[in-house]
Design a protein around this ligand. Structure first.
Ligand code: PMP
Ligand code: GLN
Length: 392
């Protein structure tokens, strides 16, 4: 939809149409295609966690407004998770905030922390809600482009340093990174942390794919670096880790002054959400390490199936070290416009994918890249690969 077709939409949001995820999922339904576009699993999370949600509903826990910061059980579980995985300690009463998914956490953090005109540095390609939320908060986004280098998309630390100005208020980081699958290394994160401390920047770090890292890559929270705890808002979500994207249970961990700010904005967005599911997610976070290991191993196997299929079909594959997305380059197929490619793909191959260009300010930099999600059953991935191979 163009802006002239949305005459009432204000200037801040005029550039943002319908999200690509809604558009592409609708296209998948209307064409009966395999949907490797929007990132949601086609298998629900653990049965015992579903039962925990049912029990909460039946027992009347969370059927009325839960407490604004989230139910105590979930705040305690988030705090214990950060301690167990990363030795990061957050007080469940003053340093944890439950949100309506990571999406609300991002929105509330940006609305709370930015003054109009503040610059926000985000790595391009960036998750689509970042740009819209920066705009809603009246901020100015300053993209730093991740560029292909030896098989993965990498950050240029000099470019990042050069992007900081006197107006920069906040770094918006995402690792593991959607859509490229890049996992920032300990060394890169240390440099980012150094820069944030030197220039006295706030950091919002979206770590929703923290449990999806492969090939020996390691997820290191930015908050764990020297000088970072006090300036960092860390965002997590149950949607990806437990395969319940519809439950919309996310969280923020940060020191009290930052959590307080984010809560001020959050209370006027949803106030609260997902009451009974909060109790179930508290149980999920306490699952033994074997759950997280099995989940990761399963996704790794799926990654390998789809990566091999895409390579065989002729795509250049950027093998992701994290997330459940594979970014490809379509130029080896003789194509160069990811938008046109993705709009034609359902008809041509019965498969839906996402054009990475939507995640760029510099659209031309993202034009030939297309993202496929592999959080699907193996036979679905195999069928998609077969169709793609037959189409070229
Ligand atoms: N951040 C990133 C990088 C994502 O890919 C997503 C999509 N799950 C979100 C945030 C939103 O997460 P949620 O579904 O918990 O709102
Ligand atoms: N995070 C998911 C993705 O990147 C989709 C979330 C959404 O539909 N907004 O595909």
């Amino acid at each position: 939809m163009t802006s002239s077709e949305r005459p009432f939409l204000n200037r801040r949001l005029a550039e943002f149409g319908t999200t690509i995820f809604a558009e592409m999922s609708a296209l998948a339904v209307s064409t009966g295609s395999i949907n490797l576009g929007q990132g949601f699993p086609d298998t629900d999370g653990p049965q015992e966690i579903r039962e925990a949600a049912v029990r909460a509903l039946r027992d009347g826990r969370g059927n009325q407004y839960p407490p604004g910061p989230g139910v105590p059980e979930l705040r305690a579980a988030v705090s214990a998770h950060q301690e167990r995985r990363y030795a990061l300690s957050y007080d469940p009463d003053t340093e944890v905030l439950v949100t309506a998914g990571a999406t609300e956490a991002i929105a509330a953090a940006l609305l709370a922390l930015l003054e109009p005109g503040d610059e926000v540095i985000a790595f391009e390609p960036y998750y689509d809600s970042y740009a819209a939320c920066i705009a809603m908060a009246g901020g100015t986004r300053v993209p730093v482009t991740l560029r292909p280098h030896e098989g993965s998309f990498r950050l240029d630390l000099d470019e990042l340093r050069d992007a900081v100005t006197d107006r920069t208020r906040l770094l918006l980081v995402n690792t593991p990174h959607n859509p490229t699958g890049t996992v920032l290394t300990r060394e890169e994160l240390a440099e980012i942390a150094k820069l944030a401390v030197e220039r006295d920047l706030l950091v919002v770090t979206d770590e929703v794919y923290e449990h999806l890292v492969f090939d020996g890559a390691e997820h290191v929270p930015l908050a764990s670096f020297p000088g970072m705890r006090e300036r960092t808002v860390t965002i997590g979500s149950s949607g990806k880790t437990f395969s319940f994207t519809g439950w919309k249970v996310g969280w923020v961990t940060a020191p009290p002054a930052l959590v307080g700010a984010v809560r001020s904005a959050k209370q006027f967005l949803t106030y609260v959400a997902s009451g009974p599911f909060q109790y179930a997610v508290a149980e999920a976070l306490a699952l033994p390490d074997s759950y997280f290991e099995a989940f990761r191993a399963d996704m790794l196997a799926k990654r390998d199936v789809l990566a091999a299929g895409l390579a065989e079909a002729g795509f250049e594959v950027f093998r992701p070290q994290g997330t459940y997305f594979i970014t490809t380059d379509i130029r080896p197929l003789g194509e160069s416009d990811g938008f046109a490619f993705c709009r034609a793909l359902p008809e041509r191959a019965g498969v839906v994918a996402i054009p990475n260009a939507v995640f760029y300010d510099h659209r031309e930099a993202g034009a030939p890249f297309v993202r496929f999600a592999f959080c699907k059953q193996t036979q679905v991935l195999e069928e998609a690969a077969k169709r793609l191979k037959a189409a070229w």
